[in-house]
Ligand binder design. Structure first.
Ligand SMILES: [Zn+2]
Length: 110
């Protein structure tokens, strides 16, 4: 046995969060595959499941998640298909065509 500091719950929780992160990554990969294959409904379903896991384990979504998915209706956004992306003054404006919400993504660092 190692003599590492073992807090009572810390280790277990971290382990669970790691597993949750892995599962989220897998689900998001599935979502992407399905979306690119044209099955947006299935993609949405995977995205929904991924977020559910994230909420349950209070795990942060991986980077890039907010760009690919609509925060409001959780649909996987495929440019020109169900989302519109425009460049406006150093910012990327993205609109989800499903629920109509806009998101602005600043470009070029903070
Ligand atoms: Zn939406």
């Amino acid at each position: 046995m190692s003599r590492k500091k073992a807090r009572r719950f810390g280790k277990k929780k971290a382990n669970r969060q790691r597993i949750a992160k892995e599962r989220i990554a897998i689900l998001l990969a599935h979502a992407e595959t399905q979306a690119l294959a044209g099955d947006l409904e299935l993609a949405d379903r995977y995205a929904f499941l991924a977020r559910k896991i994230g909420m349950r384990y209070q795990s942060k979504m991986p980077r890039g998640f907010n760009i690919k998915f609509c925060k409001k209706c959780m649909s996987y956004l495929v440019p020109s298909r169900n989302s519109r992306i425009r460049m406006t003054g150093g910012r990327l404006t993205r609109q989800c065509l499903k629920c109509g919400s806009y998101y602005r993504i600043p470009l070029g660092g903070k």
